[in-house]
Design a protein around this ligand. Structure first.
Ligand code: ATP
Length: 267
């Protein structure tokens, strides 16, 4: 199946015929998908169905073997590595399950890093405002070891958003957090869409997290296998259960009900 917008509708992300092979494995097997600007899309599916590969190709972190990726109207295929790096820096944000903060830098310095790497000095109050936006007012001078896991992920999100990317991609951004903290982070991500018109695309295994999205798309064996608009945790869980091959066990990844927080300090 495909999930595309009319050609005239503004798409923050447009994927056409995406194929990505790893040896004999077709991690993506012909995916057509549009993500409308200003929306929150969750990507779900069984373990190994191609979710991370989809995100990495859409974000320009990996190159598909065939097909086309457009982000905010720019086609990624054919871009030189340098142009792709600049596009990722300026137009694409990415957060991972691990927070990847630099331990010796303060929260504010971590958030400012993408601007500094781009040769730009942050405007007065810009970093403080970015941290306040993710609920970390007053934490500017804390280093990662002095922050909780949820706070570290908020710093990582502020860092990913500081350059005002066209799309923020998240690969299980709450996967290392306990359920309550993960829910708070998902609520904060939702508010970024509602209040600022941000565009989010997030892989998650958690039906409760996916229920915050406007739309959930499901992958199976590298192909789109369905979608739910205006999802609830129940409709998401039921769809996932129906997609799981008969006899398959519970997904080894976190399901949101059995999450264990990352050990030790969080970052
Ligand atoms: N670098 C790689 N080398 C070889 N095979 C890979 C590589 N990356 C992904 N794959 C394979 O491609 C398929 C899709 O992997 P991917 O990580 O995208 O799935 P996923 O849905 O994100 O899985 P999970 O939910 O377990 O994280 C899997 O069969 C995986 O083993």
């Amino acid at each position: 199946m495909t999930s595309t917008l009319p050609p005239s509708a503004p798409a923050a992300v447009r994927l056409r015929g995406l194929v990505r092979r790893h040896g004999d494995v077709r991690a993506l097997d012909g995916v057509d998908l549009d993500v409308a600007a200003g929306t929150f899309t969750a990507v779900m599916g069984p373990s190994g169905s191609g979710k991370s590969t989809l995100l990495r190709c859409a974000a320009g972190l990996d190159r598909p073997d065939a097909g086309r990726v457009e982000v905010a109207g720019t086609a990624l295929d054919g871009l030189s590595e340098r142009r792709l790096t600049l596009l990722r820096r300026d137009r694409i944000g990415f957060v991972f399950q691990s927070f990847n903060l630099l331990p010796t830098l303060t929260a504010a310095q971590n958030v400012a890093l993408p601007l500094r790497l781009a040769g730009r000095r942050p405007a007065r109050g810009e970093v403080r405002a970015a941290l306040a936006r993710v609920g970390l007012a007053g934490r500017e001078r804390h280093r990662p070891a002095e922050l909780s896991g949820g706070q570290c992920q908020r710093v990582a999100i502020a860092r990913a958003l500081i350059a005002r990317p066209a799309v923020l991609f998240g690969d299980e951004p709450t996967g290392a957090l306990d359920s309550a903290t993960g829910a708070e982070v998902m609520d904060m991500l939702r508010s970024l869409v509602d209040e600022e018109g941000r565009t989010l695309v997030t892989v998650t295994h958690d039906p409760l997290a996916a229920a915050r999205a406007d739309r959930v798309v499901f992958l199976v064996d590298g192909r789109l296998a369905g979608e739910i608009v205006a999802p609830t945790a129940d409709t998401v869980a039921a769809t996932l259960a129906a997609l799981r091959p008969a006899g398959a066990g519970v997904d080894t990844a976190n399901t949101g009900t059995d999450r264990v927080p990352a050990a030790g300090s969080a970052c």
